[in-house]
Design a protein around this ligand. Structure first.
Ligand SMILES: O=C(O)CCC(=O)C(=O)O
Ligand SMILES: [Fe+2]
Length: 322
């Protein structure tokens, strides 16, 4: 399966047409790809080289920005236990927020400057997509853009650098176990040849946890941005825009090379109230929604910890979100 590439060049003049296309995709697959989006292949590769430089550091240096459950920021190594699988994801990741702790420039030259620039480009593209959804749902055109403004101190938006180490005969393990994203909108960057993402269209309600649908692989490509809806936007649209299950898998038999990906999660501002135009669900603040999603995941994780794989049993870090 490959998704239709949506060209978003000349956005201002083509807004109506783009809105129609993106809403169609969001109402069905919940996933779509963007091209001509304004971030060049060189800029994407440059951010991947910043990411690789970080993951190449020793564990001691990487843990200078340790994972902190309360803020969900920092570096974690094979520490995310998935309620859907009962096992730890075979990956390492670095969660960043504009006001979180950052790796120092002496460990990765220009880490912060380059990454913040990349984040601001992701924010611009997100605003364009979010405006389309706000218009289609009958909200003021900047409703979601303002609610997801990452420069505001109460904004929960994060960038996540991900690295899935090389593996061999990975049957029975997951690079990322089945899940939905809990924010509004995710922008995902991948690299040619580093496949593994699989998606499962068909979720009817933002609170449903059934994961027995059919998963389809989505080949990785450098350049196009894979965009998906998260639970918050599904609820905020009265379940019209679909937050669908996805996962990342290595080859069950044979070797899989390293996979690097970069995800920009629009997770909205804590003080905003989330409610769809048809008021299908009671109003709830973003802060309450986020805490509930984290708690739900965290309790499920504690419950499933006893079934975790032996390799990871000693892990002290339990990731609480997404
Ligand atoms: O690495 C990927 O392709 C997916 C990552 C993901 O789904 C997530 O972090 O929520
Ligand atoms: Fe995800």
């Amino acid at each position: 399966m490959s998704l239709i590439n949506h060209h978003i060049a000349d956005y201002e003049n083509r807004k109506e047409e783009i809105t129609q296309q993106l809403v169609d995709a969001a109402e069905t697959a919940g996933f779509f790809t963007l091209v001509d989006h304004g971030i060049s292949i060189e800029e994407i590769e440059s951010q991947f080289s910043v990411s690789r430089a970080f993951f190449d550091l020793s564990p001691e240096v990487k843990s200078k920005t340790p994972y902190i459950a309360k803020s969900n920021n920092g570096w974690e190594y094979k520490a995310q236990l998935r309620p859907t699988t009962g096992t730890y994801d075979q990956k390492e990741s670095l969660w960043l927020q504009l006001n979180s702790d950052w790796p120092s420039d002496s460990d990765v030259p220009q880490f912060r400057e380059r990454t913040e620039l990349f984040m601001s480009k992701c924010a611009d593209i997100s605003s364009q997509v979010l405006d389309c959804f706000a218009i289609a749902l009958g909200f003021p055109h900047d409703h979601f853009r303002v609610a997801n403004d990452p420069t505001q101190p109460d904004c929960l938006t994060q960038l996540r650098l991900l690295h899935y180490p090389p593996s061999e005969n990975a049957a029975g393990t997951w690079r990322a176990g089945t899940h939905t994203d809990i924010g509004c909108l995710t922008l995902l960057f991948q690299r040619d040849g580093e496949d593994g993402l699989e998606i499962c269209p068909g979720r009817e309600s933002s609170s449903s946890q059934g994961t027995d649908g059919v998963f389809t692989p989505l080949p990785a490509e450098t350049g196009p941005i894979v965009v998906n809806i998260g639970d918050m936007l599904m609820a905020w649209s009265d379940d019209r825009l679909k937050s669908n299950f996805h996962r990342v898998r290595a080859k069950g038999v044979g070797k899989s090379p390293s996979r690097y990906s970069i995800a920009y999660f629009n997770q909205a501002r804590k003080n905003f109230v989330l409610q769809g135009p048809k008021k299908m669900y009671p109003p709830i603040t973003v802060a309450e929604y986020f805490a509930m999603a984290v708690k739900k995941n965290f309790e499920a994780q504690l419950h499933s910890k006893s079934t975790a794989s032996a390799e990871n049993e000693g892990s002290k870090l339990v990731s609480a979100a997404v």
